[in-house]
Ligand binder design. Structure first.
Ligand SMILES: NC(=O)c1ccc[n+]([C@@H]2O[C@H](COP(=O)([O-])OP(=O)(O)OC[C@H]3O[C@@H](n4cnc5c(N)ncnc54)[C@H](OP(=O)(O)O)[C@@H]3O)[C@@H](O)[C@H]2O)c1
Length: 344
């Protein structure tokens, strides 16, 4: 690539990380990943704040009826999501190709040889023959090694993320998933996987919202053609209190409230659109029909470059998801700086 063209790409990536909108003339509803698979920009999150099985089932039904085409299946939700999907396929409301299903490798199934078994078990619960995206949920994995023939006498050993990635490549090549990626990895871990991979990661799912914008990660991934998914895109406002010194959730941010008024949208729609306009997929969780609808409709307007830049200038505050119980794991991904608001 000529030097000029290359600099133009870098300038574009950097300006998009700052918040400038790369697309003004049309509104795409999905992002095309490195392997040409399309991932819908708006998905339904099914994890995070605990909800009853019945609430998740109702939310999945409402979402599908409203036109959602993407479900992020969290640990424990496979059977309930599978039950609803089966019903929708059997009654002809949907076909398998109409929905994009993301699922994740749990921390206890790391290691090259465990991945296939774990995904096959999830597929059984989902009653599907493949998922659309399979992600390593956390770099802090381990595998269970039987210390003897007695299955109860097992020993947990760390598994390297590059070994686990080989298992991910295998399930991709077996077509048990249409795309593979990682979640909660840091910049160095992404680079490590990327440089050793035969199949490069198609997606990174991380906490990303107005108060945790992850600009460095966005620049890295967009320049490597690794698509991004924001979890907790609203900053997880259902929690009892935000983890930052200002004690505000992004949904209460004065600039967001001002822009909501200006665009005649809700604060949640402003937050989600800010992310999708940065080419980032969002998976807000909701069990409320009105919220589900407004989240889906958040794609239907454009925030001006000026307002995107103003939101991009808000200083990062704090993560919601720290996974402190994994702090001693050698692959714990988050640096001390991230934790300072929580621990001082
Ligand atoms: N990869 C990972 O490690 C990881 C970690 C955490 C989460 N996730 C995924 O990310 C998803 C989202 O994360 P999250 O649930 O913590 O955070 P979130 O989506 O930012 O926030 C969910 C909260 O926002 C509320 N909400 C949703 N839409 C709203 C709207 N339009 N207006 C006002 N409030 C609204 C919901 O309440 P109502 O139900 O009342 O609408 C719920 O309390 C999870 O469900 C999960 O699938 C992934």
């Amino acid at each position: 690539m000529a030097l000029e063209k290359c600099s133009a790409v870098i300038a574009w990536v950097c300006s998009s990380a700052e918040g400038a909108s790369p697309r003004r003339d049309f509104i795409p509803t999905s992002i095309r990943m490195g392997n040409q698979v399309e991932m819908p920009f708006i998905g339904l999150g099914t994890g995070g704040i605990p909800s009853s099985e019945q609430k998740i089932e109702d939310a999945v039904r409402t979402a599908l009826d409203l036109g959602y085409t993407h479900i992020d299946v969290s640990a424990g939700s496979h059977a309930v999501v599978g039950k609803v999907l089966k019903e929708y396929f059997e009654t002809g409301k949907l076909t398998r190709k109409d929905v994009f299903i993301t699922s994740k490798l749990p921390c206890s199934s790391h290691g090259t040889d465990s991945v296939e078994n774990s995904l096959r078990t999830q597929l059984k619960h989902l009653q599907l023959s493949y998922v659309d995206m399979f992600l390593i949920n956390t770099p802090c994995g381990f595998r269970i090694r039987a210390a003897s023939n007695d299955l109860l006498a097992t020993e947990a050993v760390y598994a390297s993320i590059t070994d686990t990635w080989k298992g991910m490549e295998k399930v991709y090549n077996l077509k048990l998933t249409r795309a593979i990626g990682v979640s909660n990895f840091n910049v160095e871990q992404i680079q490590r996987i990327y440089s050793s991979a035969n199949v490069k990661p198609h997606n990174l799912q991380i906490e990303l919202h107005l108060h945790w914008p992850q600009k460095e990660m966005v620049v890295l991934c967009q320049s490597l053609n690794v698509s991004l998914t924001a979890f907790a895109p609203l900053g997880s406002p259902g929690r009892s209190q935000p983890f930052n010194e200002n004690k505000t959730f992004p949904i209460e941010d004065p600039l967001v409230l001002q822009l909501a008024e200006k665009y005649k949208k809700t604060p949640a729609q402003i937050l989600l659109r800010q992310l999708t306009q940065r080419d980032i997929v969002v998976i807000p969780k909701s069990t409320n029909a009105k919220h589900l609808q407004e989240n889906l409709e958040s794609l239907e307007f454009v925030i001006s470059d000026e307002d995107m830049k103003a939101m991009g200038k808000i200083k990062p505050r704090a993560r919601v998801y720290h996974y402190v119980h994994r702090k001693k794991h050698p692959e714990y991904p988050f640096c001390e700086l991230d934790d300072e608001y929580v621990w001082v």
